[in-house]
Write a protein that binds this ligand. Structure first.
Ligand code: ATP
Length: 436
């Protein structure tokens, strides 16, 4: 064990779930829930893991705590790989690394007093002396802002916020070094959230704990984290000190997430960036940069002079053609019903115009040669030639964002992000360490 090593270091962690088919359970694919993430948590530090629902945050937590086995990668706790622990070491790790869950109500047995619930880990780990257990629990209840006299009360007698305080007491009872808190306040009223977060911060300082705070809510993470990792579709796309990342976000995804946080100071209010398109499935992530199917700043193809917004709209059409399709007959039927005419009477021009409208593409692109390619593709689409339209738009408007995977690199402002916009502006970037 090395005392110089970070408390927790995650290196290229992956967790893939197999997708099986038939009674033989033949593997036909996999859900790449966590797909190669690296970061570290130091003693006394809180690191936030943030991203939309389904991006792999909870899977990262359960894999790094070895509640389920990772598919690949290393998790070092005080410098030692937890996947190599024997039973005794794993038992110690289970004491030293504790998890707090989102729903404080379902994490307590309603038939047990909260004193029994908080003391349970002590019993499991062999502390037989009941009075000693009660002394420890009473002390902890007071530290989390409850009364020692609450020890014999039952979960239903407490509010959600109080239950999360009890959850914190239970996580602390074995004197852990690391706490992983998965959405610890998202089930609570907003008015209570700040109280619980500041309690967590106090406790963390007092006990010198390392903490990994998982949340979809960037304002929660900002409250108490020293550093923040932003996750998208199983990958970390940006990682840095909280104030750097919030003041100067480098990844378009982080910028979009930040722009949608309600901003109380009107002078700091910007325009919320609306992310178009659905979050793609982690069983079939997009090529290149995984965010390119939704990125407001996706790089236009070389050789054309696109306005960014129009390019995003054309990209949406390209993505739809690749992933699903645009059915000219359905468009024809739609226009017919809207204009009370028969489908046969709907002109090709009307179908092309409707597709532009549907994807928010201007009636005419500013760049004449880009417009000519798009018109040809819409013509093909209106004639039902979907695959030709897809190939034409795919070949002519190819962007680096879909052909090359950006690495997580140290950016000119200091912290790390993975985006071609950064890589193309700076050629002296170095690979970050998990400690950046
Ligand atoms: N046991 C499993 N088998 C197959 N797929 C799974 C399993 N657990 C999670 N997934 C998938 O892995 C992806 C990541 O899920 P995960 O719960 O880790 O995301 P999350 O960011 O924590 O989201 P949320 O905040 O909604 O819990 C999702 O697409 C999810 O459907």
């Amino acid at each position: 064990m090395s005392s110089d090593a970070p408390l927790l270091e995650v290196r290229n962690l992956k967790k893939h779930y197999p997708i099986t088919k038939g009674i033989m359970k033949r593997e036909v694919g996999s859900v790449r829930a966590v797909d190669g993430i690296s970061f570290a948590v130091e003693r006394g530090e809180t690191v936030g893991l943030v991203g939309e629902s389904g991006c792999g945050k909870s899977t990262a937590a359960t894999s790094l705590l070895r509640l389920e086995d990772p598919t690949d990668g290393e998790v070092l706790f005080e410098g030692r790989d937890i996947t190599e622990y024997n039973d005794k070491e794993l038992k110690r790790f289970r004491r030293e690394a504790q998890m707090i869950f989102q729903d404080p109500t379902s994490s307590f047995d309603p038939r047990m007093s909260i004193g029994e619930s908080v003391a349970e880990p002590l019993t499991v780990h062999g502390m037989r002396d009941r009075e000693r257990r009660r002394r420890i629990v009473k002390d902890l209840l007071e530290r989390v802002g409850l009364s020692a006299d609450d020890i014999d009360r039952y979960p239903h007698e407490f509010s959600g916020g109080q239950k999360q305080r009890i959850g914190l007491a239970r996580a602390l009872v074995l004197n852990p070094k690391l706490i992983v808190a998965d959405e610890p306040v998202s089930a609570l009223d907003v008015s209570i959230q700040a109280e619980i977060l500041s309690l967590m911060k106090e406790i963390q300082d007092e006990f010198g704990l390392g903490m990994l705070l998982i949340s979809h809510d960037l304002s929660v993470v900002r409250e108490i984290c020293d550093r923040v990792a932003v996750m998208y579709l199983g990958e970390i796309v940006e990682f840095g000190r909280t104030e750097d990342l919030y003041e100067d976000p480098q990844h378009p995804y982080t910028r979009a997430l930040l722009s949608s946080i309600p901003q109380p100071d009107p002078t700091k209010r910007g325009n919320a960036v609306e992310l178009t398109g659905d979050v793609p499935s982690p069983s079939n992530p997009p090529s290149g940069c995984r965010f390119h199917t939704r990125c407001p700043e996706v790089i236009p193809p070389e050789g054309y002079d696109f306005e960014q917004e129009a390019w995003r709209s054309v990209m949406d059409l390209r993505v739809r053609l690749r992933r699903g399709g645009v059915d000219a007959d359905a468009v024809r039927e739609f226009v017919a019903s809207e204009t009370s005419q028969s489908p046969e009477a709907v002109s090709e021009d009307r179908i092309k115009a409707e597709i532009r409208r549907e994807f928010d593409i201007p009636e005419q692109l500013a760049d004449a040669s880009a417009e000519s390619v798009l018109s040809d593709a819409l013509e093909l689409l209106a004639n039902g030639d979907q695959s030709e339209a897809r190939d034409l738009l795919g070949d002519e408007f190819e962007t680096v964002c879909e052909t090359a995977t950006p690495e997580l690199r140290r950016t000119p402002v200091g912290h790390s992000a993975s985006c071609h916009l950064i890589e193309t502006s700076e050629d002296t970037l170095t690979a970050p360490s998990t400690n950046d």
